[in-house]
Design a protein around this ligand. Structure first.
Ligand SMILES: Nc1ncnc2c1ncn2[C@@H]1O[C@H](COP(=O)(O)OP(=O)(O)O)[C@@H](O)[C@H]1O
Ligand SMILES: N[C@@H](CC(=O)OP(=O)(O)O)C(=O)O
Length: 535
């Protein structure tokens, strides 16, 4: 199978655990089915066997630590590289079993050996030097995605599908040059524009591909390293950049969950799958704990007006959740075959011409004035600062902000009065919070309350839902849950509050049961279809 000029593009991103556990489903059924109607570009993360914390990226991070630790010896480093090499060789052998594909397998095994031995040489040189730059760290992490893509490409070829691995790890330098200071300046002045500027270069790489491009989800090396500038989960963003480069009809992120639910389905048994969410809702849910998608991804596809669909590799026929952009996609208006051949909800949205209207909404003809979802962000500390009265309130705020900025600590929620400031911050940066608390004592009396959680209730135009805050806090009071900090209005689409971590699950349950109240007639295969909304 090769690329066709007449077919539209879709981009499919597969996470590390999906590539690790479900490769045969991906290359044996999901991809061939979509290739009938589309040109498909595949973006892959580094493989994970069971969980992300034990996956290749985590092993590579361990290797970096060992290579830069004065206490570690090279045998420990050798062991980690051997584990990575062994797992990939084994995965290749498990995946490509037919005798007809023996050449494909031996070629793949050679490539895996070569990549891993290069990695070993590189990390041993680092060990000798005893230090590693951000760029070098990025080069090490890139190996995880390259190995993963090599296996996916081999698997597709063994099934008679023409495919090519596309390595994007030099894409930033190809687009912007090698001068680190220029890169940093360009990125800091406008990160979104900087990322959009990679599209042309990505497109050129893919254009020269003859078969299915199997693209590394790693696209460093970024100013200050990809891990620091974007963070874990960077391949969602890479997939969005590819979708923008190809002007794709849809970006699909394939996971091991059916889509976005009204609450975390692992914790809330009555949570329902949402057929659609807006890009603002998806961003807010992601920021406040429902880590189903990398936040920068949403911004990129929204700017390019490309719909994003979350789908489940274990349930490919499900419609998933669509995140609609806030303006219509240029790619959707052509004569290209409709995604409806594969997914009925999307077709119905298009054929009913409910595709994004001037005041911004898609969807079916149901009306709803309830929040969309409830989410929890754990590992929160609340810092209460009582001013000693030496600064005026706005200067007090500015000085506290300056201390947090210096220690690179984000404020997740804030509430203030004449003399008092309460800040919810992420407590995983333990040492830094300790330092911040000590410094803030200069401005007044500081208390740090640990083991807290932020619960956020998210919904389009929530600010206009009269009485919703009352319903939320009434439900919490009935469950005898104490609230430490409340924020509404900072975002039009959420009400957030801090509770003790041990109350977070109960708070989610009572809000989900009493405030969301999803009407039964809105159910469709347990899927909740929403909008357009009343304004
Ligand atoms: N509102 C939500 N909707 C869907 N999943 C959620 C939500 N909140 C939290 N989650 C959790 O996010 C996880 C994301 O799915 P998963 O396939 O495990 O991610 P990844 O591909 O990043 O490894 C799920 O395990 C799910 O329990
Ligand atoms: N491999 C990277 C990038 C990534 O996006 O992973 P995943 O798609 O499995 O979340 C990581 O572990 O962070």
């Amino acid at each position: 199978m090769t690329k066709s000029q007449s077919k539209p593009w879709i981009v499919q991103k597969y996470g590390g655990t999906s590539v690790g556990k479900l490769l045969d489903t991906i290359t044996g059924s999901i991809l061939p089915e979509h290739l009938q109607d589309y040109n498909v570009a595949v973006v892959c993360s580094a493989r994970s066997g069971t969980s992300k914390s034990k996956g290749t990226t985590s092993l590579l991070l361990d290797a970096i630590k060992l290579a830069t630790s004065s206490k570690a010896d090279t045998s420990e480093l050798d062991h980690v590289i051997d584990v990575i090499k062994g797992e990939h060789l084994q995965a290749a052998a498990n995946e490509i079993t037919s005798e007809d594909s023996a050449d494909i397998l031996s070629n793949l095994q050679l490539l895996i050996q070569k990549d891993c031995e290069q990695l070993r040489t590189f990390l041993k040189a680092t060990w000798t030097l005893g230090e590693i730059s951000d760029r070098t760290q990025d080069r090490v992490l890139a190996v995880g995605e390259t190995l993963s893509c090599r296996i996916v490409t081999g698997s597709l070829r063994s099934k008679g599908i023409s495919a090519e691995t596309v390595v994007l790890d030099d894409i930033v330098q190809a687009a912007y040059g090698r001068d680190q200071r220029d890169l940093t300046r360009a990125y800091r002045s406008n990160p979104s524009e900087f990322l959009q500027g990679l599209s042309d270069t990505i497109w050129k790489r893919m254009a020269s591909c003859t078969g299915v491009p199997v693209i590394t989800g790693f696209f460093g090396t970024m100013p200050g390293s990809l891990l620091h500038s974007v963070g874990r989960g960077y391949s969602d963003l890479c997939a969005a950049l590819c979708a923008v480069a190809l002007n794709a009809e849809e970006l699909q992120i394939w996971k091991e969950v059916d889509g976005i639910f009204t609450a975390d389905p692992r914790k809330i048994k009555t949570a329902r799958l949402l057929a659609t969410v807006t890009s603002e809702e998806a961003a807010e849910l992601t920021y406040y704990g429902s880590e189903v998608i990398h936040p920068l991804t949403i911004e990129q596809i929204d700017t390019a007006a490309i719909p994003l669909r979350l789908k489940n590799v274990k349930n490919p026929s499900g419609n998933g959740t669509i995140i609609y952009p806030s303006k219509p996609s240029p790619a959707s208006s052509g004569d290209s075959p409709s995604l409806g051949a594969l997914t009925s909800t999307y077709t119905s949205a298009l054929s009913k011409k409910t595709f994004m209207t001037a005041n911004g909404y898609y969807g079916e003809t149901q009306y709803r004035r309830k929040p969309t979802a409830v989410t929890v962000k754990e590992d929160i500390t609340v810092l209460n600062v009582k001013s000693n009265g030496t600064s005026r309130p706005h200067m007090f705020l500015a000085r506290v902000g300056e201390v947090l900025e210096r220690h690179d600590i984000n404020i997740d929620l804030i509430s203030s009065s004449q003399q008092m400031l309460s800040l919810a911050v992420c407590s995983t940066k333990g040492d830094r919070i300790h330092d911040v608390t000590a410094e803030l004592c200069e401005f007044g009396v500081v208390t740090a309350v640990k083991n807290m959680a932020i619960v956020s209730v998210v919904g389009h135009k929530m600010r206009n839902m009269t009485g919703i805050a009352g319903e939320i806090f009434h439900a919490l009071a009935s469950a005898k849950i104490n609230i430490y900090l409340i924020s509404q209005g900072a975002s039009e689409i959420s009400v957030s509050f801090v509770v003790e971590a041990r109350d977070a699950l109960l708070a989610t349950e009572v809000v989900h049961t009493n405030v969301m109240r999803i009407p039964l007639h809105c159910e469709q295969e347990n899927t909740f279809i929403r909008g357009p909304w009343l304004y």
